[in-house]
Design a protein around this ligand. Structure first.
Ligand code: ZN
Length: 191
């Protein structure tokens, strides 16, 4: 899986064999498209997306190219999921969050459970990114739970990244998706 900000530019780069395999560094080539899927965005509208696929010319692994607003296997954009995580970080339960976002309770509960399980890993990713960008931006406030520390660190890292890039309109949760390589709700990798 490869998370990118600009799907069209990535498609052009892929066609020119300019992208590298995240696994082995070999050159990637276009490998068709994934099946279409429908994803709900934070404005309540549905997006139909059909991600590009790429195959490594060296190790033959295939990778799906995701727009940074999307997470693998999730039917909502990261803008919706991010709002749920912010709510949980503030101490809200899954039921009021689900009602606010018009998402089924079971779906929100599953997001929060996964994010809590990954909270320490997510916090580490956020802190490492902040240190690399601007150590002065490291959060120092006490937080009520581990997920709150993780969300705070990821948001601070995204803000520091946005300042560095000079792109004030960049969507914070899309940046966080790229920073966490699409693993916001995934279990920690084995290696
Ligand atoms: Zn490879």
């Amino acid at each position: 899986m490869i998370e990118v900000f600009d799907v069209a530019a990535t498609r052009r780069a892929l066609a020119r064999r300019l992208l590298r395999c995240p696994g082995c560094g070999g050159r990637l080539r276009p490998w068709g498209r994934a099946r279409p899927r429908t994803v709900r965005d934070s404005d309540g509208g549905d997006l139909v997306v059909r991600p590009d696929r790429a195959r490594c010319t060296a190790c033959q692994a295939t990778h799906v190219v995701f727009d940074a607003a999307l997470l693998p296997r999730r039917a909502y954009t990261v803008r919706v999921i991010g709002q749920a995580l912010v709510g949980a970080a503030r101490g809200q339960g899954h039921r009021p969050i689900a009602a606010q976002l018009a998402v089924p309770e079971g779906t929100v509960r599953s997001w929060l459970r996964r994010a809590r399980r990954s909270a320490h890993r997510l916090w580490t990713i956020g802190v490492q990114a902040i240190v690399a960008l601007d150590a002065d931006a490291l959060p120092t406030r006490e937080q009520p739970n581990t997920l709150a520390y993780a969300v705070e660190a990821l948001v601070a890292a995204a803000v520091a990244g946005r300042d560095r890039l000079g792109s004030p309109d960049a969507d914070l949760w899309c940046q966080i998706t790229v920073l966490t390589r699409g693993q916001l709700l995934a279990p920690a990798p084995a290696d």
